[in-house]
Each structure stands twice: as C-alpha cells, then as structure tokens.
Write a protein that binds this ligand. Structure first.
Ligand SMILES: [Zn+2]
Length: 259
C-alpha cells in the first residue's frame, strides 16, 4: 500500500511529493452528533476516506483531517442543542484553514484540494481560500485551490436508485440513509446496527430562529428515515462519488502529478 498520508511521512518524503507537483488534499469534517448509531466523527471519516481514494490515482497526498467544523444548524445537522457536538466559531475555522494554506504555499505546493464533509463549513472554507489567494497575489505567487463538497459528485440517477424517487435533499439526509449506508460500507464496525432510527422526515419552517431551540429536530438527531440503509447502497454511493471526483479533478489538476 502506497503511503499517501502526510502525517505518516518523513519531511523529505513529503518534500519529494511536493517537488513532483503532487496535489495536496485537505479533508475537513466536524465533531457532531450523528444519531444514536453513528460516531460523531462521521463527517471527518467520510472526507478523509474519500480524499484517500481520490488522491491515490491522481498522484496526490492527504493531510491530517481537520476534525472540527462550523456550528451545527438545525436544518442541516440537528443543531447545537445536542450533548457531544463540539463546533468552532466561523472565524476560527477560517483562520485554521488559512494557516494551513499559508504553510502549503510556503512548502511550494502548487495545487490543493479541500474536500468538505460538513454542510455548515462551506462559506468559512471559501473565505480561507479567498484570503490566501489575496495574500499570494500580493506576493506575485500562486497556488490553485479546489474546494469540493463530496455529495455534489453523486452522479445523476444514483439518488433515484437509492431512494426510489423519495430523496429529501442532502441537508435533511443528516445521519440518515446516505450517511448510514456509507458507514455500513466503509466501517461497518462503527455502526450501532440495533440503534438505527427510522424517524419521519423532520419538518422545518423555511427560516432559522436564534438562540437555537431544537424545534422540529427529532430527539434522535437524525433528520430523515434511515432504516433502509445498507452496505450495498453505501458502496454504490462511495464508489460513484469517488469515480466522478477522480474524473472531475483529473481535468483540472496539473497532469504531471497524475499516475
Ligand atoms: Zn454528516
């Protein structure tokens, strides 16, 4: 097995990859409740595993996963009312990722891919990327940064196949059929099989109220039915997402790095 995890490399091994033009992947997740049946690291685990599968055929390497994300919101993750969820302020997440990007630029990295596994992180990642681009431009330097939410790579037709026409949307799929299926495929030992809930679809008004009060969020923290999850559905999701991400990124990354 080729070692593509930066944290297990020595610095000269890492430097060799960078000198060869390797794309550096940064998985970003969250430490967030994912129902009674999935680990709180679910988003971090998915972004890391997807990065590994995608980086390998593209000649890329993978940084340690950013394990903490932006605050959970009721309509996409159940919100901040659950015991266990540990979230960052937006500025903290932006500054953490900005610091990482500055270091990559200092190493001479020319292309970086941020793979996000937690809906609420999106704009804070974008801000970090925008800020590093402004800094580098002022120094006449450049580093291409690609940001991707893994679920956007799900090929057309896969949701229809899995949900038989009843797909509730990515936000409401928190800890539900998609994430449970993916975990059953990637890490079945981490799924508490007897505890998979089957709550009805959460109902929310089209606005948010603060302070967060958990209104409309099922007690389980799972926003859509999960009982039909299976390892087969997870395999279809993970493989089709990774394949279309590999194909998409191959077109945008410097060809020298591809193997
Ligand atoms: Zn999740």
């Amino acid at each position: 097995m080729i070692n593509i995890n930066c944290e297990m490399m020595s610095w000269p091994e890492y430097q060799q990859h960078i000198e060869q033009g390797a794309a550096v992947f940064l998985p970003v997740g969250a430490h967030e409740q994912h129902g009674p049946h999935l680990p709180m690291a679910t988003d971090a685990i998915f972004s890391q595993r997807i990065c590994e599968r995608v980086a390998l055929p593209l000649g890329g390497i993978v940084l340690p996963v950013q394990r903490y994300g932006y605050k959970s919101q009721a309509r996409s993750g159940g919100g901040q009312t659950f015991c266990g969820t540990v979230s960052l302020d937006g500025a903290t997440l932006t500054n953490t990722v900005l610091d990482i990007l500055r270091e990559l630029a200092r190493h001479g990295v020319k292309q970086c891919v941020i793979v996000n596994g937690h809906v609420e992180n999106q704009w804070f990642l974008i801000e970090a990327i925008e800020l590093v681009q402004r800094e580098l431009a002022a120094l006449n330097q450049s580093m291409k940064v690609i940001r991707a939410e893994y679920w956007d790579f799900t090929p057309e037709g896969v949701y229809e196949q899995i949900f038989a026409g009843d797909f509730p949307g990515v936000d409401l799929e928190h800890a539900a059929l998609i994430e449970t299926s993916m975990m059953l495929y990637l890490h079945p030992e981490l799924v508490r099989q007897g505890l998979i809930p089957n709550d009805p679809l959460a109902q929310f008004p089209p606005y948010d109220v603060y302070p967060q009060n958990g209104r409309g969020v099922p007690k389980s923290g799972v926003l859509a039915p999960a009982a039909d999850a299976s390892a087969e559905k997870g395999e279809l999701l993970v493989n089709s997402i990774c394949n279309s991400m590999i194909e998409g990124l191959r077109a945008d990354l410097d060809k020298k790095a591809s193997v």
